[in-house]
Design a protein around this ligand. Structure first.
Ligand code: FAD
Ligand code: N01
Length: 539
């Protein structure tokens, strides 16, 4: 029997989900399968999450289309056709809308509704949830599907309000698009978003000035139309592809390489790196050698290869040097892939400003002033990223047992068990939370695994007449230590990345995702469930 009932003041559901991207959509589908009353709240006026918001020029995925998709529905897999290797944002948004139609999801999604408060009620043992406009709902299970990269980060630069031109953040791009024809544009940020946007904006704008704080290593994407015979093969072998992604390290259907970069001769290495550079995509880092992310010397061979490519591609040696990353190992910031990124700096209408040595001092009515010069601009694009993994969670205003705020509980870094749950917050489930593989993987694979695990857990609780679940303090402490220990065996902590919280002033420096791999993580979660949710306290 479902808890669903409504009154004038509150509506009660079995489960409330926040967010209608890949995560929230599938979660709703699974909750319905269990026969639960469920409601999804979504701030946007449509489904899609990341692909609803990130409409900047050049936005596309960098996981390949045939596995950057749901795998749970054979019908969806067989009916949907991808046009190319890395589809652009509108195509992925169309796909997610297609899935929402197919699963008839919209009738249980309340759009244009932001959740601003969620309190665990110590008396009713339910979650009391508040929307931005002051409406209240309650639920036994509170499931966050708010996305790891959904809280846009606009740096606090003096004078922004005085700027007379227009400004935009890549993650909140206007739906009607922006025409930069004839405009002088400045872009701040050279992460994945900047690297995708820069070549496209440069081709349109009168002039583009790129304000770069840290140079990035990027590898060509080599996008191409999806050959019909490949599409056919993929459709015929989806089961095998899915099996591989689920057992893999990064949620992609590739075999993990067996050789160390240090076992190869320089000539052999060059041949391997050349071949992956020519194929394009993440294979360069993930399929060439097995030790690039754990051994500094091995890593340096790949880093040096990319540095040489920059020198080859970029004609002006001063610009090439500015674009060359030297201060962190390759792959330790989320690797971008690109289409003509380094080549774009050969254009006459593109200027690169190194704001590490010549910092931005202020935004003026006319443009951006660094310690050296003022750049007159008609538009500024912030490609400055997100308050990753915890930003959107904290904005939910979550308070657990005894009224403790999640933000307070995690003041020194996230404390979770499996990245799914946290002590003191019963029946709160966090999809792709910190301490799970999430952003270190092809995300639909990790999202599906979390959604299915949560659904299995709720089913178990109902079958055993259990009211609440939360991690034991011991299990959580052991998991957090394990996550940190594994991260410290890699080179990841050596970069000032958003994985480390380094992009947000004052954020604790903790490596946020789980580095142990999608397959092993999945097995551990399954084992814990099989042992009656070992490490959890259930009442
Ligand atoms: P999201 O898609 O972020 O959806 C979260 C939703 O929650 C949003 O719609 C948001 O509006 C809503 N929400 C948040 N807070 C509230 C609130 N308080 N109240 C109401 N609603 C709220 N991953 C990959 O694996 N491969 C890729 O190629 C890839 N490309 C990416 C490209 C870009 C530009 C970005 C930004 C990310 C990319 N990612 C990629 C990561 C991507 O975020 C995930 O793949 C996936 O889309 C996440 O889905 P989600 O449903 O968990 O979160
Ligand atoms: O954000 P980022 P993003 N002053 O944080 C700079 C996914 N994604 O939106 O390196 C000046 O990576 C910052 O400089 P620095 C993917 O997971 C995927 O690009 O901190 N500069 C950096 O250059 C990705 O990793 C795709 O020194 C400032 C940039 O802004 C994640 O989303 C596409 C600054 C931010 O880079 C985030 O990517 C897009 C300041 N105050 C996104 N603050 C795909 O291709 C920040 N910067 C799939």
């Amino acid at each position: 029997m479902s808890d669903a009932k409504s009154s004038a003041a509150t509506k009660d559901f079995d489960a409330i989900v926040v967010g209608a991207g890949f995560s929230g959509m599938y979660m709703l589908h699974k909750l319905r399968e269990l026969g639960l009353s469920a409601r999804v709240f979504e701030a946007a006026d449509g489904v899609g999450g990341t692909w609803y918001w990130n409409r900047y020029p050049g936005a596309r995925c960098d996981s390949e289309s045939y596995y950057y998709a749901y795998s749970f529905s054979k019908e969806i897999q067989q009916e949907w056709n991808w046009s190319c290797r890395y589809p652009e944002q509108p195509e992925i948004l169309r796909y997610l809308n297609f899935c929402a139609d197919k699963l008839d999801l919209r009738r249980d999604i309340q759009f244009n509704t932001r959740i601003t408060g969620a309190r665990y009620n110590d008396t009713t043992h339910r979650w009391d949830i508040e929307t931005e406009d002051g409406k209240r709902v309650s639920a036994r299970y509170f499931i966050t599907a708010v996305g790891c990269l959904s809280a846009a980060q606009i740096p606090n630069i003096k004078g922004l309000e005085s700027f007379r031109g227009k400004w935009y953040h890549t993650g909140k791009w206007p739906h009607e698009g922006v025409d930069f024809t004839g405009k002088r544009v400045g872009i701040i940020g050279t992460g994945s978003s900047g690297i995708q946007a820069i070549p496209v904006i440069a081709a349109q704008a009168k002039h583009l000035t790129v304000f770069q704080r840290t140079p990035n290593y990027t590898v060509p994407a080599r996008d191409a139309p999806m050959p019909a015979d490949f599409q056919k093969t993929v459709k015929a072998t989806y089961d095998e592809i899915t099996r591989k992604t689920r057992a893999s390290v990064f949620g992609m259907p590739f075999d993990f390489p067996e050789q160390s970069a240090l076992e190869a001769t320089p000539e052999q290495r060059k041949a391997i790196y050349d071949s992956w550079w020519d194929k394009g995509g993440f294979g360069f880092l993930l399929s060439s050698y097995n030790d690039l992310i754990i051994n500094k010397e091995a890593n340096e061979t790949a880093a040096e290869y990319v540095r040489a490519k920059i020198r080859d591609i970029v004609k002006d040696p001063v610009t090439a040097e500015k674009l060359t990353p030297r201060t962190y190992p390759i792959g330790t910031k989320r690797p971008p892939i690109d289409t003509d990124y380094y080549e774009t700096f050969n254009r006459e209408n593109v200027t690169l400003v190194d704001i590490r040595s010549l910092p931005i001092e202020e935004i003026t009515p006319k443009g951006i002033r660094t310690s050296e010069a003022e750049y007159e601009l008609d538009a500024i694009v912030f490609a400055t990223g997100f308050d990753a993994m915890t930003g959107a969670l904290f904005k939910l205003g979550i308070h657990g047992k005894g009224g403790i705020a999640l933000e307070q509980q995690w003041a020194h870094g996230p404390q979770t068990y499996l990245g799914i749950a946290t002590t003191g917050f019963p029946n709160l489930f966090i999809i792709t939370g910190p301490g799970s593989p999430s952003v270190l993987s092809n995300m639909p694979v990790s999202i599906e695994q979390h959604v299915e695990w949560i659904a299995g857990c709720i089913q178990y609780m109902r079958a055993h007449n259990l009211d609440s679940i939360e991690p034991s303090e011991d299990a959580q402490r052991t998991w957090v230590a394990h996550v940190n220990e594994l991260a410290n065996e890699t080179l990841f902590p050596q970069a000032d990345s958003w994985y480390m919280g380094a992009n947000i002033p004052g954020k604790p420096r903790v490596f946020l995702p789980y580095t142990g791999g999608v397959g092993p993580y999945r097995d551990r979660c399954a084992e814990i469930a099989e042992k009656g949710y070992e490490g959890f306290v259930m009442t």
